[in-house]
Write a protein that binds this ligand. Structure first.
Ligand SMILES: *[C@@H]1O[C@H](CO)[C@@H](O)[C@H](O)[C@H]1NC(C)=O
Ligand SMILES: *[C@@H]1O[C@H](CO)[C@@H](O)[C@H](O)[C@H]1NC(C)=O
Ligand SMILES: *[C@@H]1O[C@H](CO)[C@@H](O)[C@H](O)[C@H]1NC(C)=O
Ligand SMILES: *[C@@H]1O[C@H](CO)[C@@H](O)[C@H](O)[C@H]1NC(C)=O
Ligand SMILES: *[C@@H]1O[C@H](CO)[C@@H](O)[C@H](O)[C@H]1NC(C)=O
Ligand SMILES: [Cu+2]
Length: 592
């Protein structure tokens, strides 16, 4: 990695306690490069400064980070989100396009500037529609001189796990996923599993030491089972939250989850050990012939010795994260001020495509980024109507205990992520429990854990439910969405507008949205004021807003549509074949 991209400038600090705070400046030129990470196909990937994998952002708690982005992709817009960071006071630096900023069009520059005041294992990735699986995803590590576990380990290791596609996302979305030939919404199945964006990772370790292994699932879709042969993991952090140590033989990392574990090496160096990331095939509608869901890496004690193949495990029995206890023992928020219920389902709309819904609405991005609507609608910003009919917007008051009840009316697993916060996971049902019934017993609320685990991404079980709680102490516009990128594309997103009047005063005290952010909108021809439709005069008039296709006519079932979709496809293919024959020169024609 070229060190010129990282300039560390020490800021003079008046306060001795902040003496270590630094400004870390990164110049990120985002552009296409070619790579072949699984050895099976060379393809264009999105790199930074001509390199892929992209650099790790590695800072110390308290640092200010300045990232100067140049979009050199030429043919795609982009954005960066810093997954898990609270962005307290800087919601405009959170990253999601059409939410807290405009997409950065090709040729434009855009600066992210924020302070990180939380320790742990994070990552950063594009938050432009469907883009990060093309490679714009990397670790973000926040070191903590005050970590409660710092005396328990000698060194750190960072491992990313991910799924990988040989095709680019744009054609996968258009030709396979959102296509009338796919009315059931089957997600494209990855071609490979990677660790550190390769299938050949050797991790050099020394005997008789303890390592802090930071693991991140940066994938688009697949959860990964992870285990180290003959070595126990001791979990000490999830998604940036320190936990009471607990031993685990196998972990399950959904897309976007992180774990830090203590791993103590053996005293002998007589052999090397395999470790495995294994994609959860239950997520896949079909398992293509020849798919290898596993990636093997090695703990290398002695490089001259064999790197053994992984042994087969009979069953996947991962550690249950629900049993984790945060090290700070934050008590359960037991008095809920505002409960939000979200019912999830998948269905076909009248364009024949399969979408994802919360409460019968699929997310469609507004014409004006939601944050800019907050800033330009005055006191009307507290009225959810101004954010549009397809943004699933909820306005939260400041400093309340907010609860999300999430009901899964779908037979798939979904990893849910909230921006701007972590949340207490106070209840998670098993598969097929149906909708959560708050008043029923069991589970009465006194069966909730007294110090629930907190994290920022959590798995919702098939046809099951989840109850999450957090305090609305961070004014901002924060998305809540499934972290399977296919489901983001098909609309499984809600918008929390937290303390909108406080956002207005916070940002005006900073001097408003920075000029380069507004310039990106101008270059992209995106309005920066008014309601979701861009109406500044009557903010309750949403005419012209972006909306989803309409519902299927009554009595027209998705199953019926599947059948029709296939016959329509057959007809289209038939016509195409006829058309193709039609343009072939007739035998003998034009030969005289
Ligand atoms: C953008 O450019 C890349 C690299 O040249 C190319 O592979 C890709 O197909 C292009 N994408 C679109 C959407 O045109
Ligand atoms: C894995 O990748 C991360 C991020 O690029 C890097 O910091 C780390 O050193 C790599 N680990 C190994 C064992 O090479
Ligand atoms: C992947 O690993 C699992 C668990 O060990 C095993 O059952 C499966 O056979 C492996 N698949 C391949 C293709 O090696
Ligand atoms: C954000 O900052 C405020 C004021 O310092 C603090 O009370 C609050 O806990 C912070 N919220 C988060 C999510 O860090
Ligand atoms: C709220 O919107 C209505 C309708 O556009 C407008 O008449 C009113 O002045 C707005 N209120 C404020 C405080 O901006
Ligand atoms: Cu999902």
């Amino acid at each position: 990695m070229t060190m010129s991209i990282l300039r560390v400038l020490l800021t003079p600090c008046i306060l001795a306690s902040l003496a270590q705070a630094a400004v870390r400046t990164y110049d990120f030129d985002i552009g296409w490069v070619y790579a072949n990470p699984d050895g099976l196909a060379t393809r264009p990937v999105i790199g930074i400064n001509g390199q892929w994998p992209i650099p790790t952002i590695s800072v110390t708690k308290g640092d200010r980070v300045v990232i100067n982005v140049q979009n050199s992709l030429g043919n795609e817009s982009t954005s960066l989100h810093f997954h898990g960071l609270y962005q307290n006071g800087t919601t405009h630096m959170d990253g999601p396009a059409s939410v807290t900023q405009c997409d950065i069009p090709p040729g434009q520059k855009f600066t992210y500037d924020f302070t990180i005041d939380q320790p742990g294992t994070y990552w950063y990735h594009s938050h432009t529609r469907g883009q990060y699986p093309d490679g714009l995803r990397g670790p973000l590590i926040v070191h903590d001189p005050d970590s409660p576990h710092k005396d328990l380990y000698d060194e750190e290791i960072v491992l990313s796990f991910s799924d990988w596609y040989h095709e680019l996302m744009v054609p996968l979305i258009q030709r396979e996923f959102l296509n009338i030939a796919n009315p059931s919404g089957a997600e494209p199945v990855p071609d490979s599993s990677l660790v550190n964006e390769t299938r050949d990772l050797k991790v050099k370790i020394e005997p008789g030491k303890t390592y802090l292994v930071r693991m991140i699932n940066m994938g688009a879709f697949a959860g990964q089972y992870v285990w180290f042969e003959d070595h126990t993991m001791r979990v000490v952090e999830v998604d940036g939250v320190y936990t009471e140590p607990q031993d685990a033989d196998m972990l399950y990392l959904t897309a976007a989850q992180r774990y830090s574990v203590l791993l103590t090496t053996k005293t002998e160096t007589d052999r090397n050990y395999a470790f495995v990331g294994s994609m959860d095939e239950e997520l896949f509608d079909v398992i293509p012939d020849g798919l290898n869901p596993n990636v093997t890496g090695w703990l290398v004690y002695d490089d001259s010795k064999e790197k053994p193949d992984a042994q087969e495990v009979a069953e996947f029995e991962p550690f249950d994260d629900f049993t984790l206890v945060p090290q700070d023992k934050q008590p359960i928020f037991d008095k809920v001020d505002h409960s939000v219920r979200l019912d999830l389902k998948m269905d076909v709309l009248n364009d024949g495509l399969n979408y994802a819904f919360f409460n019968d609405r699929t997310y469609v991005h507004p014409k004006v980024p939601t944050l800019y609507t907050v800033l330009s609608t005055g006191a009307n910003a507290t009225n959810p109507i101004v954010y549009g009919t397809n943004t699933n917007a909820f306005v939260l008051e400041a400093n309340q205990v907010v609860e999300i009840i999430l009901n899964n009316d779908d037979d798939g697993k979904h990893p849910f992520h909230l921006h701007g916060h972590n949340f207490q996971v106070v209840h998670r049902s098993d598969d097929d429990a149906g909708f959560y019934i708050p008043t029923a017993s069991p589970p009465p609320s006194d069966s909730f854990p007294s110090t629930p685990m907190r994290r920022d991404t959590v798995l919702l079980n098939p046809n099951g439910n989840l109850v999450l709680r957090f305090r609305s102490d961070n004014p901002g516009v924060w998305l809540f969405h499934c972290h399977i990128e296919w489901h983001v594309v098909s609309g499984l997103t809600a918008t929390f507008v937290e303390a909108p009047l406080a956002i207005q005063s916070q940002l005006s005290s900073l001097g408003g949205i920075p000029d380069d952010h507004l310039a990106a909108c101008k270059a992209a021809n995106v309005p920066t004021a008014g309601n979701a439709a861009g109406n500044t005069r009557d903010v309750f008039d949403l005419r012209g807003e972006n909306q989803s296709p309409g519902k299927l006519p009554e009595g027209f079932t998705a199953r019926g549509w599947v059948a029709l979709g296939f016959s329509a496809l057959a007809a289209v293919l038939g016509m195409a074949v006829i058309g193709w024959y039609g343009v072939q020169p007739m035998k003998g024609e034009g030969e005289d």
